[in-house]
Ligand binder design. Sequence first.
Ligand code: DX5
Ligand code: ZN
Length: 224
Amino acid sequence: MEITPSILTANFCELGKVMDDAISAGIQWIHLDVMDGNWVVNKTITFGPGLIKSIRQHVGPDIFLDCHLMVTNAEENWEQYVDAGVDLVIFHVEAVDNISKLIKNLHSRGCQAGAVLNPDTSSSSILPYLAELDLVLVMSVVPGKGGQSFMPEMESKVCEFRTAIDSQIASGGRSTKLMIDGGIKHHNAALIKSWGIDIAVVGSGLINNNGTFKENLEKINLML
Ligand code: DX5
Ligand code: ZN
């Protein structure tokens, strides 16, 4: 299971150093949480394509960047994120009308396509598109901010996706990745690994005042 940091709890004046610390600790994938001040329940604004472009320039071409779009208009402005240099755009199925068209648009620009669903959204909103998707993200908190408590009741949804993806791969289909986001810490890392998660997003469990990035990552990896 791969760990990808969410930078939401970082001091944004120190982002360059946060990226450097993450990369020197062995991180190869960074998760970028975009909130537009409208879509998430607490109306948070985080950052947009401008900052992502600077992050791409800072980390260079070899670090994998995904953007988790918590925005109302992903179908209209997805291309800004591709232009900013992300490798994967993850859109909320609750906010998109024509899911197949958005996936095709992303693929036409050479960008990977991922779909994410809120804790109270059913897997049936994504399963019909599984064969086209490069990644499925299951939210284990209500999106909006870092530092919330993990929702263990997401197990059945994760296992449903794991089973569907495994049978897709077994029949020669796409190797869709399975990701989880929200409330992941060293104490539940082994649990989600046992569910068959490929990539876990970790925000406050990595970027906090209790230890360095490297120490916090080692604490998680020791549990895996
Ligand atoms: C939640 C975001 C997350 C989150 C992760 O809206 O999508 O990526 O901030 O942070 P932790 O690990 O602190 O829950
Ligand atoms: Zn996220």
